[in-house]
Design a protein around this ligand. Structure first.
Ligand code: FAD
Ligand code: SF4
Length: 493
């Protein structure tokens, strides 16, 4: 274990973050690593509990608790404490194909269920994970692992997000020939076109895709399956197909004035911004520009926060984010106890930046948009809202009611809709004749088989919008199923 008395002597240190005002001047990652000494101290805080809840990986009350890929956290905490970084890397790579992604942007449900978090701040698990893999790349310990033998079996993976990449990685290591089809011009799914560069530098994603390519995986981008190549062609050419097409069908706002010019889906904003940054450092002008505008983001989640941070970097005049729910409490409440994911107030990176720039947290809570108003040319002019009260109904379910007299008008020239996702897009699923249930691909957790022989599904397409760490988990698990399907048994962990 770490230092036996470490948890009593050493305070938690969070990863360093760049100064909020300074980082608004660029698109580089806002989070910076801790020093080796600080990381060793943090590793020393791990108690190596008899039953380590940090890596149990399960849903409690619909939220994730513990690490879904069962990372061997206490083991690598101890190795980092002792400065045995290369061994820590070996332990980490046993369970996580892409720690450089999770170590940067995972919401770290492991920390919520860390035993130390019952009475003290949790071990800085996510920072340690990131440091181990970054050191692995810096020191040249990560080299292409080219499989010695090939099985002769061919697999098509559709979609290159974390689920597709993890399944491709596992199946390639098992000796199968894997081709990944991606409709976008770059691989990575939401790692590339979703999560902004200041959270996850795209060079980090590209570095991993280059490595997977060197290991033998074939990436075919700019190719939409069901349109540029048919499902029949793929079924003929490959021994198995895995659908990892995500759940990117955005939920729309059904509201008077929705058609006003200046109202956009959040994903259109985030995607075009990243693409323009990568293609030309914004010189091509192919993005939605918030410069000098009053911006309102409708939707209180993380996608909305990423819009806030993007608008700030574009030098918006003001930015507000509307959320339906009340502000979270500062500490856990009685109905959200350890080891559940903690639903507590947090000043995430985007909000910290808005506060530094404008003096205020940009979030407005318990608010509902009633209508959108455009000027005579159809350009967005203002939003009309009302405050809501959230109360428990007779059956225990929550109901929202308007509070009379709280109507307000907000000037805005740009609005981003970030109220969630409906599920996977259907054309590709129909092309394969794959059935859906509750708007997701109908493939049972654990076996990942669809109703079509030889066609599997994993990641957000199967479970709905979720987390990168769950996509990696499902990518690894579906690979085992496909390997068994093709070979009669699996060699995969
Ligand atoms: C803005 C935003 C921010 C997020 N931030 C975080 C975060 O900080 N931390 C976190 O853990 N999670 C985050 N998430 C969630 C996380 O990104 C997803 O859960 C995860 O990427 C899902 O992985 P996936 O591989 O299943 O699908 P995706 O990443 O959605 O990838 C699916 C891929 O399939 C491709 N595709 C679809 N149809 C076809 C077709 N017919 N032919 C070829 N290709 C096709 C798509 O182009 C896409 O590249 C965020 C999500 C969003 C939207
Ligand atoms: S992948 Fe996420 S949950 Fe697992 S150890 Fe890393 S930060 Fe924690």
């Amino acid at each position: 274990m770490g230092k036996p008395t470490g948890f009593m002597e050493i305070k938690r240190e969070k990863g360093k973050e760049r100064d909020p005002l300074k980082r608004l001047g660029d698109w580089k990652e806002y989070a910076a690593p801790l020093s080796d000494e600080a990381l060793s101290r943090q590793g020393a805080r791990c108690m190596d509990c008899g039953t380590p809840f940090c890596h149990m990986g399960m849903d409690i009350n619909a939220f994730t608790s513990g690490c879904p890929i069962y990372n061997l956290i206490p083991e690598w905490n101890d190795l980092v404490y002792k400065g045995r970084w290369k061994e820590a890397l070996e332990r980490l790579m046993k369970t996580n194909n892409f720690p450089e992604f999770t170590g940067r942007v995972c919401p770290a449900p492991c920390e919520g269920s860390c035993t130390l978090a019952i009475s003290d701040p949790a071990v800085s698990i996510k920072n340690i994970e990131r440091a181990i893999i970054d050191k692995g790349f810096e020191n040249g310990w990560i080299t292409p692992r080219i499989p010695e033998k090939r099985t002769g079996k061919k697999i098509a993976v559709i979609g290159s997000g974390p689920a597709g990449l993890a399944s491709a990685d596992q199946l390639n290591q098992a000796g199968h020939s894997v081709t990944v089809y991606e409709r976008a011009d770059r691989a990575g799914g939401l790692l590339t076109y979703g999560i902004p560069n200041m959270k996850l530098d795209k060079e980090v994603v590209e570095r991993r895709v280059r490595l997977l390519t060197q290991e033998g995986i074939d990436f075919i981008t700019n190719t939409e399956v069901g349109k540029d190549i048919t499902a029949e062609e793929l079924k003929e050419q490959y021994d198995a197909v895995i659908l990892c097409t995500g759940a990117q069908k955005q939920r729309d706002l059904v509201l008077e004035g929705r058609e006003a010019k200046g109202v956009h889906f959040a994903m259109d904003y985030l995607t075009t911004s990243t693409k323009s940054l990568l293609d030309s450092n914004f010189k091509d002008g192919q993005f939605i520009d918030a410069e000098g505008k009053d911006v309102i983001v409708i939707g209180g989640g993380d996608t909305g926060a990423d819009c806030v941070a993007t608008a700030l970097r574009q030098k918006c005049r003001s930015v507000v984010q509307f959320g339906k729910h009340p502000q979270l409490p500062a500490e856990r409440t009685a109905d959200n106890m350890w080891p559940e994911y903690p639903h507590v107030f947090n000043l995430e990176y985007a909000y910290e930046e808005a506060q530094a720039k404008f003096g205020d947290d940009p979030r407005e809570y318990s608010i509902q948009t009633k209508k959108i108003v455009a000027d005579e040319q159809g350009n967005l002019k203002e939003l009309h809202t009302v405050q809501m009260e959230k109360v428990k109904g007779e059956n225990g379910q929550y109901i929202f009611t308007e509070i009379p007299g709280t109507e307000k008008v907000w000037p805005a020239q740009l609005v981003f809709i970030a109220i969630g996702f409906e599920g996977p897009e259907h054309p590709v699923l129909s092309a394969f004749g794959v059935e859906t249930k509750n708007r997701r691909v109908d493939a049972a957790y654990g076996n990942y088989k669809t109703n079509v022989e030889g066609v599997f599904a994993a990641g957000d397409a199967r479970r709905g919008q979720s987390l990168i760490v769950w996509a990696i988990h499902e990518g690894r698990e579906v690979a085992k199923q496909v390997d068994s399907h093709l070979m009669g048994a699996t060699v995969l962990p």
